[in-house]
Design a protein. Structure first.
Length: 160
């Protein structure tokens, strides 16, 4: 029976050794995974322009818009983007392209909107539109002065 006990002890020791090695292997895998995540973040920061290209499907209208803005180096109005793409400037085409670009603007990725219906690029440092103050436009509420078409030029303007 002593041989059986000796073998049983050796078996338990090996099982403990295996458990210990499995825990070390698990910790090493977690460490490698964390390092890979850090590398992905570093690559994303280094290649911001390249990631913009990677996110846009080549040949899409959004990718074409990005190329046009890059070529000009300044924000471009939606009508000019459509014209440069060789597309008809219509209500539908404007709404379609503006909707696609606005999705990126909302996520603060790739595109910015520095003015109404005008789009720029984050990578070129084009800033977003500043919030306009709330309130009515200048001259709101004034009664318009109408001229009497039959009055002579010597008479004053009289509101009707």
């Amino acid at each position: 029976m002593s041989e059986r006990r000796a073998i049983d002890d050796r078996l338990r020791k090996k099982q403990l050794e295996i458990t210990s090695l499995e825990e070390k292997l698990k910790a090493a895998k977690i460490y490698v995974s964390a390092l890979q995540d850090v590398m992905k973040l570093l690559n994303r920061d280094d290649d911001q322009a390249d990631t913009a290209e990677a996110k846009l499907r080549p040949g899409s209208t959004v990718a074409q818009a990005r190329e046009i803005i890059l070529e000009r180096g300044e924000p471009v109005h939606i009508d000019d983007l459509l014209t440069a793409m060789g597309k008809e400037v219509s209500r539908d085409s404007k709404a379609s392209l503006a909707g696609s670009l606005a999705a990126y603007v909302r996520k603060e990725e790739i595109f910015t909107r520095p003015a109404p219906n005008t789009y720029g690029l984050v990578e070129l440092g084009h800033t977003d539109i500043e919030e306009e103050e709330d309130g009515p436009p200048a001259g709101f509420g004034r009664q318009p002065v109408m001229r009497d078409p039959f009055a002579s030029d010597l008479e004053d303007d009289v509101p009707f």
